[in-house]
Design a protein around this ligand. Structure first.
Ligand code: GSH
Length: 214
């Protein structure tokens, strides 16, 4: 049953991360699949026991679907993908390819991009993770030179996640990789991504008016 999906995110975040908060992954997947969903919030400033009971690291997003509660954006995406063939094919080969690339987006790519990006934005003189990131991006470029999508010859949740991991500006501008660039650009052109991003931006902008003025 798709009508009970609820995506949980913060009630507000500062401007910097808007458009990148990971609830966008779940919003976007619901849009791609055509699910009805609602978005509910937990306080950004005060991450209390109710939040920690549902996301033990005090982070977002997490998802509820009827009786089910799931944290980790990747787990939430795979849950949604099990509900819609639009996100993951049902044949065993297509499904296996989708699963491996979904996990690889998190465990081979994001595990490098996030710490690399963090060193970049905190102004490290020399980013010691650049070689590691270059290697991962170069390997992916070789794959994307040969094909349009990561799995099953069609858009899947694996592409949604890989593109979301890669669309961070500093990662995109790190080296010249035309196949990867065209892949990310093409995926960001999808109406479901644009809607999810616009909705997230509007959600946090609306919360500004409710904030106590400094
Ligand atoms: N591995 C987690 C990462 C979640 C994550 O980093 N969430 C960010 C927002 S995009 C957050 O809650 N940051 C606040 C914090 O870490 O305290 C997932 O994919 O769900």
């Amino acid at each position: 049953m798709s009508e009970c999906v609820t995506i949980w995110t913060y009630d507000w975040v500062p401007e910097g991360p808007r458009g990148f908060v990971r609830d966008i992954r779940l919003r976007w997947a619901c849009e791609e699949a055509g699910f009805d969903y609602s978005v509910r919030t937990v306080p950004f400033d005060d991450r209390g026991p109710a939040h920690l009971a549902r996301q033990p690291f005090g982070q977002v997003p997490f998802l509820s679907d009827g009786e089910l509660e799931i944290f980790e954006s990747g787990a939430g995406l795979l849950h949604l993908a099990r509900k819609s063939e639009k996100l993951m094919p049902r044949d065993p080969v297509g499904e296996a390819q989708t699963l491996q690339w979904t996990v690889s987006a998190l465990n081979s790519m994001e595990m490098v991009t996030v710490p690399w990006w963090f060193l970049e934005v905190t102004g490290a003189q020399e980013n010691g993770l650049s070689g590691w990131l270059k290697s991962r991006l170069d390997h992916l470029e070789s794959v994307l030179k040969e094909r349009e999508w990561l799995a099953a010859d069609r858009f899947t949740v694996a592409d949604l996640l890989m593109a979301d991991v890669l669309r961070v500006a500093r990662v995109r501008s790190f080296g010249d990789r035309p196949a990867t660039e065209s892949y990310v650009t093409r995926i960001m052109e999808r109406p479901s991504f644009k809607k999810a991003r616009a909705d997230q931006m509007a959600h946090f902008a609306a919360a500004d008016d409710m904030r106590p003025q400094p």
